[in-house]
Design a protein around this ligand. Structure first.
Ligand code: GRF
Length: 217
């Protein structure tokens, strides 16, 4: 059984899309359980959105671990890991989680079967990676003047938005687009992409060959 935690720092629309599909369609329930929403911000709107679903929520504010930058990061991750361990979480879906996870944290989710190795941690990123990694990808792509943009769901590795790509989707920039309209179009596609990704993971329809992820039917 895959036991998932969704980690988010902000609005949580991707988290809501996952929860909505999971709890309303119910066809993944024999393979996957969404055990928790974890946020690093007490005021994150994801907590409001999650109230509509039977899922436990945990706010673990970073400033609850205030002892120097490196130590704080360790202490913060340790708090999160202890929640994840108690719930026996074995997969993480990052959905707008605004902190980089340390190698030490990722090691808890390392998977290797000889043929294939990866961390059981997914992320959704609002650009066609490897273009426009980082925290303001819609703006960066829009300001660059791209004609086509998109979003990417990838396995997380030690780098910033560099892990093996599971799925991508693209959309066109319209001639009269504002950044707001461009981002809104992208975000609604993200929701579908992340839900599709959840189904692929739940059904084990993937094999990771180094950087290349093969999809199976
Ligand atoms: C999304 O654009 C996602 O790709 C990025 O952060 C944003 C989160 O949006 N990683 P939301 O909180 O899911 O609405």
């Amino acid at each position: 059984m895959k036991k998932i935690a969704i980690m988010a720092s902000g609005s949580g629309s991707n988290a809501e899309a996952l929860l909505d599909n999971y709890f309303n369609e119910k066809n993944l329930h024999h393979k996957m359980q969404i055990k928790a929403i974890i946020t690093d911000k007490k005021e994150a709107f994801v907590l409001e959105r999650a109230k509509k679903f039977p899922v436990s929520c945990y706010a673990v504010p970073y400033d609850s671990c205030p002892e120097g930058r490196d130590f704080s990061k360790k202490a913060h991750e340790r708090k999160i890991l202890s929640i994840l361990n108690d719930l026996e979480v074995n997969w993480i879906f990052l959905a707008g989680y605004m902190r980089l996870l340390s190698q030490e944290f990722l090691n808890h989710f390392y998977e290797s079967d000889g043929e294939s190795s990866y961390y059981r941690v997914l992320n959704i990123h609002p650009s066609l990676l490897p273009s426009f990694p980082g925290i303001s990808a819609y703006k960066d792509a829009f300001d660059y003047g791209v004609k086509i943009s998109g979003s990417t769901v990838h396995f997380v590795d030690e780098g910033v938005d560099t892990g093996p790509i599971l799925l991508q989707t693209s959309f066109k920039r319209e001639s009269n687009d504002t950044l707001e309209a461009f981002s809104k179009r992208g975000l609604s596609l993200e929701h579908k992409l992340y839900v599709n990704s959840m189904h692929i993971i739940a059904n084990d329809n993937f094999v990771v060959h180094k950087k290349n992820v093969e999809l199976r039917n």
